[in-house]
Design a protein. Structure first.
Lengths: 265, 266
């Protein structure tokens, strides 16, 4: 049985004048410990899909289940990372990290120790009493990662968490995240529009269509690449092969879309 | 020139700028009072109507010496502070209840717009009839003049908080109330502090107008009384006292602001 299951999920956004179908009939199954990416142009509903998996948005049709349970009733088992760190600027780093336990009323000394341990693991020592404004963008995103991991989620949802960082920080953080997820055997869903990032980090890539968002194609990342750290994947000869394949597919999709759009004008 | 010299130069520049500003501030102050004094002595303006700084000063000294001003001062200050506090807190509470229910906010929308547009001072006579001619209606005046503005400003500040903070909390399973406590309220803190500053001025307006209408004591009463008996020295002295008190209150709010912000940044 698969770990995360989406069964014929659709989502509509309603406004007074009209409605848009953001997601159309999406089904997928993710195995435990697997890392998948949702790749697609902006506006294809990737982030909406992630919010639905997280149980923050209620889908209009279909079901989402995590180990057989609906995700709205198992929120604590889901860790969510956004494009920016969204650390609370008026809280110290340690208070930010322990926000999840505080919300759930189980903030203990043990968890505090674990938080410090995790911060050390991501290369942040002696920052716990600092405020977010005193840290760099990459450090803040690492704090956000720890804030997510402290709740011991079964699945991590990553919504373009590296997109706001400079290239070097981004590559370092990719390695760190991949390494941590592998060592804790976590399942993860990454949303991105960066083909290289998708290949470097994931086991499978779901390419999405826009208007309405649907799954166009699924790519299996070659086994040789899956076990490498992201940085080395980018140098692997097979990396370029699959990159080109996905690139061509996206290009042809774009030209198709242009053809479709002309009659509307 | 080395680095240290450059830095010294920079600091000297800052100091000089500060001195120049202070010099002109004092010059304006002295020029204003001297001109007023001279104009009054030389009958350029009618001293009966416009009094003069020396007469105002004399009156203030006698009044403070024999203690007859303290009662008025206390009454007005008390009414203003109470009106200010319940106006601010009331506004924040109403804004919170609007935030907690989008439907309630939609229902209340037009009423808030009308109440905000209406000159609250015009409600004075109704307040006096309803609450009696005393403290209560004056405090109510100080309250009513600041509460609506506070509600609107704080409510819109609540709504402008980045929704992603709420998203983070929701992903931890936070309730709506927990979202409010952890994200919305603290994030709206700067907006709330700036309404405090506005409300200092507003509650003075409310209380003084209230005293014009009804009271038997207080600084607003002294102004109206002085006006009726043609004692403009009394009117001017009361104005001076009000200016000083309002400035002190404003400075205290600034202190509070700095304390609250330091609490969040160090």
């Amino acid at each position: 049985m698969s770990f995360l299951t989406l069964d014929h999920v659709s989502h509509h956004y309603f406004s007074k004048e009209s409605y848009t179908k953001a997601l159309d009939n999406i089904s997928m199954a993710v195995k435990e410990g697997e890392f998948i990416s949702l790749l697609g142009p902006s506006g294809c509903g990737k982030s909406t899909l992630l919010s639905i998996i997280a149980g923050i948005i209620q889908q209009t049709e279909g079901t989402v289940s995590l180990q057989g349970k609906s995700t709205t009733e198992s929120e604590m088992e889901i860790g969510y990372m956004l494009q920016q760190d969204y650390l609370f600027p008026w809280k110290t780093i340690i208070d930010n990290v322990l926000l999840g336990p505080k919300i759930n009323g189980n903030k203990t000394d043990d968890l505090r120790k674990k938080a410090l341990q995790l911060l050390k693991e991501v290369g942040l020592k002696d920052v716990e009493m600092k405020y977010p404004s005193e840290l760099s963008g990459g450090m803040r995103q690492r704090v956000a990662l720890v804030r997510t991991l402290i709740n011991n989620p079964k699945i991590l949802l990553l919504d373009e968490p590296f997109s706001a960082l400079d290239y070097q920080t981004k590559l370092n953080l990719e390695d760190l995240v991949a390494d941590l997820l592998k060592s804790y055997h976590k399942t993860a869903v990454l949303v991105t529009h960066d083909i290289g990032e998708a290949i470097a980090m994931s086991d499978r890539i779901f390419m999405m269509n826009a208007n309405p968002g649907s799954i166009a194609k699924i790519y299996e990342v070659p086994i040789e690449l899956r076990n490498e750290v992201p940085f080395l994947v980018r140098r692997h000869p097979k990396y370029q092969l699959i990159f080109d394949k996905i690139w061509d597919e996206l290009e042809s999709k774009e030209s198709q879309q242009k053809v479709v759009e002309i009659p509307n004008e | 020139m080395n680095d240290h010299h450059l830095f010294e130069n920079y600091k000297r520049g800052l100091k000089r700028e500060k001195k120049i500003v202070l010099f002109w501030q004092l010059t304006i102050l002295i020029a204003f009072f001297s001109l007023w004094e001279i104009a009054s002595r030389l009958y350029w303006i009618d001293p009966l109507l416009f009094s003069s700084p020396s007469k105002v000063f004399d009156l203030l000294v006698t009044r403070f010496a024999n203690g007859s001003i303290f009662n008025h001062l206390q009454v007005t200050l008390f009414e203003t502070i109470i009106g200010f506090i319940i106006g601010t807190i009331g506004g924040i509470l109403i804004a919170t209840s609007l935030w907690s229910s989008a439907r309630f906010a939609n229902i209340m929308g037009p009423y808030l717009v009308v109440l905000n547009a209406m000159p609250k001072v015009a409600l004075g006579p109704i307040l006096i009839v309803a609450l009696g001619p005393g403290y209560l209606s004056i405090i109510a005046m100080g309250f009513i003049i600041s509460v609506i503005v506070t509600t609107l400003v704080v409510y819109s500040a609540f709504n402008e908080v980045d929704p992603n903070y709420e998203k983070v909390l929701r992903s931890f399973g936070a309730s709506r109330w927990q979202c409010f406590k952890e994200a919305i309220f603290p994030a709206a803190m700067p907006a709330m502090i700036s309404t405090l500053k506005v409300n200092v001025g507003l509650s003075w307006v409310g209380v003084i107008v209230g005293e014009y209408l009804v009271s038997k004591q207080g600084l607003g009463y002294l102004i109206i009384y002085g006006f009726q008996v043609f004692d403009f020295t009394l009117v001017m002295s009361s104005l001076v006292i009000i200016a000083v008190l309002a400035a002190i209150m404003y400075k205290l709010v600034e202190k509070l602001e700095r304390w609250l912000i330091r609490n969040r940044n160090t």
